[in-house]
Design a binder for this molecule. Structure first.
Ligand code: 13P
Ligand code: 13P
Ligand code: MG
Ligand code: MG
Ligand code: MG
Ligand code: MG
Length: 382
């Protein structure tokens, strides 16, 4: 029987700003998931958080987009929101864009990453969860993990990986997807995914047998809501080892704190900083954007683990570099390229501010004409 791993997340409100999930809201979600486990809707689960995003990690045999599993997640978020409101937490229910559940969670606000597979004798998986950024933030590491031999030695050394991988890329503006093969179409792939606000790597497959190796939550909240309602704060699942990238090859992609959009008011570029679970709280300028990684083994649907992968001095220098980048880029204040480009700012509250100035803009040609008439007037006085 196939196992499905579903990671479903939402910001249902948080403590002291967009900072951290409150333990009572985790407890509320836990009640719902425990009940779903008792009722055999899910096999196992683990609940955690990164910053203000509540993360439900669930295993079951029901496949992707299952109504009962999604309804369980929805009920957990609703119950957690109820507690968030009781406690007066900030932005309670932030990511729940709809009032009632209808079939599955797509387009309703929560982020969803699901993968169904035949369990290997040992099935290691890594779940990445980020706060204060967007789904396209995983484009760069996914390329490095599955297509760059300078990152992933297995692409050269392991015969099961040597043929390469296939990347399914979603164009979130057009609502279309394309699949590109690496290594032969690497440059085409990079031509698209180098624009991560539009082209998002959604799934990765091993080429020779189509085994699915990765999935990303691609929902973009602002495109669903048509306005700024917080950042998407995406999750990603990657299967590891035995013909797939080794755990250490997966983590190697995060040794540079590369720049991602998000951070303060979802409007700034900043370095993605890999942190331990205990540091998964947004602080400086509501960030910097943070990433946690939890490693599990899945056995007969049971979640064995987790291990907190970035809780490790091997990532101290990455974090230090992230601090240096933070100091440097923050000094740009409201200037691009720290602040996002205008197209992305359209979905924030900045257009409301600019709208107020509309009537005060004078046409350049009118300014010229006015000046010209002054000059000719002066001339006639001579
Ligand atoms: P082991 O020999 O410990 O299984 O290591 C294999 C591997 O994947 C190392 O990266
Ligand atoms: P979240 O999407 O994490 O709620 O971020 C909202 C925000 O504007 C932080 O400054
Ligand atoms: Mg929030
Ligand atoms: Mg968040
Ligand atoms: Mg968010
Ligand atoms: Mg070993």
């Amino acid at each position: 029987m196939k196992t499905t791993l579903s990671v479903i997340k939402a910001d249902i409100g948080s403590l002291a700003g967009h900072h951290v999930v409150h333990p009572d809201t985790i407890a509320a979600a836990n009640k719902i998931l425990a009940e779903a486990k008792r009722n055999n809707i899910i096999i196992d689960y683990y609940i955690t958080y990164v910053g203000d995003d509540l993360q439900l990690i669930m295993t079951h045999n029901r496949g992707e987009l299952d109504m009962k599993v999604h309804e369980t997640a929805w009920n957990a978020f609703k119950e957690a929101t109820r507690i968030a409101k009781e406690l007066g937490l900030y932005a309670a229910g932030q990511d729940l864009l709809s009032d009632s559940f209808s079939g599955n969670l797509r387009g309703m606000g929560p982020g969803i990453a699901e993968i169904e597979f035949e369990e290997r004798p040992s099935e290691p998986v890594v779940i990445f969860m980020a706060d204060k950024t967007e789904p396209g933030a995983y484009n760069l590491p996914l390329y490095k993990i599955f297509a760059d031999p300078f990152n992933t030695a297995g692409l050269i050394i392991d015969p099961m990986m040597h043929e390469g991988y296939k990347f399914e890329v979603l164009d979130v503006y057009e609502g279309e997807s394309i699949t590109l093969n690496t290594p032969e179409e690497s440059y085409d792939l990079l031509a698209l995914i180098g624009t991560p606000s539009r082209y998002i790597v959604r799934r990765v497959y091993r080429k020779h047998d189509n085994l699915q190796a990765a999935v990303v939550s691609v929902e973009r909240l602002n495109l669903i809501a048509g306005k700024y309602v917080g950042k998407d704060d995406p999750v990603m699942i990657i299967r590891a080892q035995h013909g797939l990238p080794a755990l250490g090859e997966i983590l190697e992609a995060f040794t540079i704190p590369y720049l991602v959009p998000g951070w303060m008011r979802g409007s700034h570029y900043g370095p993605l900083m890999p942190v331990s679970q205990k540091d998964a709280r947004a602080t400086r300028f509501d960030g910097p954007p943070r990433l946690i990684g939890l490693g599990f083994n899945i056995k007969n649907g049971k979640l064995v683990g987790p291990t907190d992968l970035f809780d490790d001095p091997a990532f101290d220098e990455v974090r230090r570099t992230a601090q240096l980048i933070t100091d440097y880029i923050r000094r740009h204040g409201p200037f691009m390229p720290h602040r996002l480009e205008p197209q992305e700012m359209e979905y924030t509250t900045l257009p409301l501010v600019i709208e107020k100035l509309k009537g005060r803009f004078k046409k350049e040609s009118d300014v010229y004409k006015a000046k010209h008439s002054i000059y000719s007037h002066e001339g006639s006085q001579e």
